[in-house]
Ligand binder design. Structure first.
Ligand code: ZN
Length: 189
């Protein structure tokens, strides 16, 4: 158990020991429920057919919500960034999750993230604005520039979230006020 747990990200050998002993002291029923939850999640979670975030339904609750503005699409690197924006409760548009960023260093090209799906989506539906909210890391910036170039011929307003997000910062670790300021200050690129 200690070995298995230590394979999870952010869990060192000390943490995995602590977790293992904790689990050993838990009531068997609780351990069974935890195991079943992990199995259910792994089996049922898939990509939303619209925005590609992780969901247990064909269309995620955000895409299925008619009250959201479907003409405004925010492009994020992963589902955790989407969750961070949702916490602000200020954004009323929808999302597109890339599942990564372009990184020539790591051999990740445009074809390795959900960019083709974004372009197909823009052909399929009327969109007023694409907000690029990739991280402000080198990979995030590279991806933002690439998308902006790709979208230029479409004539769709393309914006990039403003700083307020520290350089090199991961969106998921940023507080809501900073995220909000970054969103409000977005500029056309
Ligand atoms: Zn969706």
């Amino acid at each position: 158990m200690i070995e298995e747990l230590s394979r999870l990200p952010g869990i060192g050998s000390k943490s995995s020991q602590r977790l293992a002993f904790h689990i050993l002291h838990m009531p068997l029923e609780d351990v069974k429920r935890l195991s079943q939850t992990l199995i259910d999640a792994r089996e049922n979670v898939r990509f939303c057919k619209e925005c590609f975030t992780l969901t247990d339904e064909e269309t995620c609750p955000i895409c299925a919500n008619a009250k959201r503005d479907h003409r405004q699409i925010m492009v994020v690197e992963d589902s955790r960034d989407l969750a961070a924006y949702e916490k602000t409760q200020k954004y009323e548009g929808v999302y597109h999750v890339l599942h990564g960023a372009i990184s020539p260093m790591q051999g990740i090209g445009p074809q390795d993230i959900r960019l083709k799906e974004l372009m197909q989506r823009l052909q399929r539906q009327d969109v007023d604005e694409v907000i690029i909210a990739t991280n402000s890391s080198l990979e995030g910036e590279t991806t933002a520039m690439y998308i902006a170039k790709l979208l230029k011929p479409t004539g769709i307003l393309t914006t990039r979230i403003a700083s307020g997000v520290p350089v090199g910062g991961d969106l998921e670790y940023i507080d809501e006020v900073t995220l909000q300021r970054a969103f409000d200050g977005r500029t056309e690129i």
